[in-house]
Ligand binder design. Structure first.
Ligand code: NAD
Length: 263
C-alpha cells in the first residue's frame, strides 16, 4: 500500500532518532510521502541532517516556534521548495525543567507563558501558515498526553499546556474543516525521548505504566507513527477534532489494578 503517495508533509519537532516525530516520519516515508523537516535549535542540525538524508529528505530548516519571523521564513521556503503541502505534523513542546518537578503551585508567570507559547500557541501559529499552503484540503496532527485531562505527578504546567493544545485542536478543526482540513491529536503514553527526560521521575513513570496498562507494556514511536499514518491518510477521512490514544489503553482505567486484599 502507498497510503500517502503524492502527499507532501512538513514535520516540526524532529530532534533525534528517539523523537516521536522520527517514528511518524518513517511511517509516512514508507507509504510514499515527500517530507520536509524543521528543528528548533541550531545544535540539533547535526542530528537531524543525517536522519533526513537517510530518507532522502532535502528540505531541512531551523525554526524556533516562538518567533513569528522564523515561522514565516520556514513556510516561505516550504512554498518555494514543495509548493503546496498536504500534512503538517506538530511534535513540539517545552517547559522549564524547574516547572516539571516539585509543586505546580510554584509555577512562575514566565514559565507558564513559555510552556503555553511553545507547546500550545505554536500549533495555532503553524496551522495558520500551513493551511495557506493546503490548496487541496489537508491534515494537521499534534501530540498530546493524558496529563491534559488528569493531574499527573511532575507533569505540572505541561498538563495545562496540553489542555490548551487539545482545545486548540477542536477550535482549529471547526475553523479549518470547511476548507477540507482535518485537525487531530494523538495522546501517546510515556516514551523515552529528549523532551520526556526533562520530567522529574520519568523513568519511574515508564515502569509504573508498563505494569498497569491493559496491554501490560508501554508504547513506542513506531506505534505512534502507525496511528499518525492512519489519521493523516484517507483511511481517517471522516475524523477531525479528535484526540486518539496510543497509550496501551492506560486512559480507560478507573483503577489501575485490584488492591491486594481483594485477591
Ligand atoms: P523530542 O525532544 O524528540 O521532541 C520535542 C521537540 O520540540 C524537539 O525537537 C525540540 O527541539 C522541539 N522544540 C522545543 N522547543 C522548541 C521551539 N521553541 N521551537 C521549535 N521546536 C522546539 O521529544 P518527543 O517526546 O518526541 O516530543 C514530541 C511531542 O510529543 C511533544 O509535544 C511531547 O509533549 C509529545 N508527547 C511526548 C510523550 C513522551 O512520553 N515522549 C508522550 C506524549 C506526548
Amino acid at each position: 500500500m502507498n497510503l500517502l503517495q503524492g502527499k507532501k508533509a512538513l514535520i516540526f519537532g524532529l530532534a533525534n532518532k528517539n523523537s516521536i516525530a522520527w517514528g511518524i516520519a518513517q511511517a509516512f516515508h514508507q507509504q510514499g510521502a515527500t517530507l520536509g523537516f524543521s528543528y528548533g535549535i541550531p545544535q540539533l542540525e547535526r542530528r537531524v541532517r543525517p536522519l533526513a538524508e537517510s530518507l532522502e529528505v532535502d528540505f531541512v530548516e531551523k525554526c524556533d516556534v516562538t518567533s513569528d519571523e522564523e515561522i514565516d521564513l520556514v513556510f516561505d521556503k516550504a512554498a518555494g521548495h514543495l509548493g503546496s503541502i498536504d500534512i503538517l505534523v506538530h511534535a513540539v513542546a517545552f517547559a522549564k525543567q524547574d516547572d516539571l518537578s516539585g509543586r505546580f503551585v510554584n509555577t512562575s508567570r514566565d514559565g507558564f507563558s513559555m510552556a503555553l507559547d511553545i507547546s500550545a500557541f505554536s500549533l495555532v501559529a503553524l496551522s495558520k501558515r500551513a493551511s495557506g499552503l493546503m490548496t487541496d484540503g489537508g491534515n494537521i496532527l499534534t501530540m498530546t498526553y493524558y496529563g491534559a485531562e488528569k493531574a499527573i505527578p511532575h507533569y505540572n504546567v505541561m498538563g495545562v499546556a496540553k489542555a490548551a493544545l487539545e482545545a486548540s485542536v477542536r477550535y482549529l478543526a471547526m475553523d479549518l474543516g470547511p476548507d477540507g482540513i482535518r485537525v487531530n491529536a494523538i495522546s501517546a503514553g510515556p516514551i523515552k525521548t529528549l523532551a520526556a527526560a526533562g520530567i522529574a521521575g520519568f523513568r519511574k513513570m515508564l515502569h509504573y505504566t508498563s505494569e498497569r496498562t491493559p496491554l501490560r507494556r508501554n508504547v513506542d514511536q513506531v506505534e505512534v507513527g502507525k496511528t499518525a499514518l492512519w489519521l493523516c491518510s484517507d483511511l481517517a477521512s471522516g475524523v477531525t477534532g479528535e484526540v486518539v490514544y496510543v497509550d496501551a489503553g492506560y486512559h480507560i482505567l478507573g483503577m489501575p489494578e485490584p488492591p491486594e486484599h481483594w485477591e
